[in-house]
Design a protein. Sequence first.
Length: 63
Amino acid sequence: MSFFQQLFLYVSFMALLFLLIGLYKPWVMLWWEDVQNRRKVIRVYGLVALVSHAAYWGMVLLG
């Protein structure tokens, strides 16, 4: 596996882990925001997880 494929895969897994942690305690994962809520956690970390996972599969399929 190439370096960037592994990087995108690890980023997607870490973002998913951070998403789960943020759904339990949003202030832990959004400490820099004025308002910390679950909707922002889903928006930030869910978007990162989806984009990085799509980039990983795009690299796998294009080979």
